[in-house]
Design a protein around this ligand. Sequence first.
Ligand code: UGA
Length: 368
Amino acid sequence: MNLRFDDSSITVAIVGCGGFIGSHLLDAVLERTRWRVFGVDLDFYRLQHRLNHERCEFLCADLADPAVVERIAQFPLVVNLAAICTPSRYMGEACEVIRSNYDHPATLATACARSGSWLVHFSTSEIYGRTLPDSGELIEDETPAVFGPVAASRWSYATAKLLAERFIAGLPGLKWTVVRPFNFVGPYMDFMPGVDGEGIPRVLANFSTALLRGEPLKLVNGGKAKRCFTSVHDAVDFLFALFAAGSGLPDAGSETAVNIGSKTAPGVFSQAFNVGNQENEVSIAELAGKMRTIFAKVRGVDVSTLPEPQIVSGEEYYGVGYDDSMRRMPSVAKAERLLGFKARIPLDVALEESLSWFVGHYDTGASS
Ligand code: UGA
């Protein structure tokens, strides 16, 4: 597959283009390549600055529509980011979550297998399941997945994502790569409840909202769960390393990625990759402490003037059926070995960027 970055005849289809990761990927494609973009999503409010771009075509549509799926699969490279991926929805909307994370991706994968497109499918770190506090590195092709019982409907999402991976891996003729993100953070992540979305967003947006509104941060079950937060800019660099390697290009296409191995990689197809940052592991209680400190700095106030965090029970906060992964430490060896990619942005830098953006974007008086 020849996907040269300077080839203006190439169009990449980005499904979920209007979302958090999609909006960053779109910017990077326009800045780093001469490709065109066919962007599909249900809304494009994050893309106001790109709506009239000469190299972009946007379609407001859903993968439930077979004609849309066929159209997407006409392009040589398809990146599927579309998903319901906020845990607060996994309990009450399990069927919708499964449709979004299994049915639609499976239909798209089938169309890509027919057309010969390279499908880069976004899965999740959550397919490793109900990990324990002492779980070690999660290794793509080794670690077994253990989920909670059916009554713990939190796992509706992860089981659908895992089945989608299995379907993709089993489809004859499909050229595929699966990406498993480990808690990407950055500007435009999720939403502010009551302003541009409803319900409970993921932890970064939820803590940012509480800080802006002068409310206590809620530590679910004491905030003991740990995550390795990864800057969305590292995630985009990973994708460029992948595109380059999948095209047989000698250059990973990113000035900022740390190249620690061979850049040309034969083995990027039929592979799942963790994308995470081992250095950025914190418990959620520690994350709350860091975000309070950064917010106080951004606002120029003393941290002691901010409300203390509050412990809440998972079932009370999210509803019956909530369960959690207690530790998600990615193995990053495969991305290093096959793509020469290693995430490099420290947690404090990623958090300060995200929180400063959130404050600048939402603190208009409409936010409370
Ligand atoms: C979610 C999705 O389910 C994953 O698929 C996705 O890959 C992942 O986010 C991600 O962003 O990569 P999770 O990490 O559990 O998984 O998402 P969050 O809602 O951000 O929760 C992280 C931790 O913070 C959990 O332990 C949760 O209980 C806790 N939390 C969340 C709080 O303590 N307070 C809050 O206000 C929100």
